[in-house]
Design a binder for this molecule. Structure first.
Ligand code: SF4
Length: 159
């Protein structure tokens, strides 16, 4: 989904979004219920519930980096089963008061270093923002609280 601003080879080399420490386990990708069985079968793992969806059952030890069980040296092994959270990262839908906003994580250097105008243009073309808001309505567990300082690229209209 992000091919216009991120190339797959740099993602495969970086993999910063596929490793987690205890404090950021809230960022473990959400696996929508309809993908649960296929992901479990493909990886031979058991997913655990989070809200109405599922996540990988990962054990943490403070600041020790733990990689997602789907990652390989060449990047994600899930192909078409890749979680929506991962397809859109470093973008997120966050709750900010009454509104939902699309933010961009500063952790992804490849995207955050782009001119803001390019990031904004990307979010606002080809229905990207609409797709994020639509998925967040269908899967509200993917909406995370807003983190202070994260650039807000777009806010959902509230009627
Ligand atoms: S599902 Fe794939 S892209 Fe997402 S964190 Fe795991 S390895 Fe990375």
């Amino acid at each position: 989904m992000l091919g216009k601003i991120l190339d797959k080879s740099s993602c495969a080399k970086c993999r910063v979004c596929c490793g987690f420490v205890e404090d950021d386990k809230w960022e473990i990708p959400l696996i929508f219920t309809e993908l649960r069985s296929a992901v479990e079968q493909k990886l031979g793992v058991k997913l655990i519930p989070r809200g109405n969806e599922f996540v990988f059952d990962m054990k943490f030890d403070g600041d020790k980096l733990v990689y997602c069980p789907a990652v390989s040296e060449n990047g994600c092994t899930l192909g078409e089963l890749k979680p929506f959270d991962c397809m859109i990262w470093p973008f997120r839908v966050n709750q900010l008061g009454e509104r939902r906003v699309i933010t961009v994580s500063p952790v992804c250097e490849a995207v955050i270093d782009l001119p803001l105008s390019r990031i904004t243009e990307f979010v606002n073309t080809d229905g990207f923002a609409e797709r994020l808001f639509e998925e967040s309505r269908k899967h509200p567990d993917m909406v995370k609280p807003y983190i202070d300082g994260y650039p807000i690229i777009k806010a959902e209209n509230v009627n």
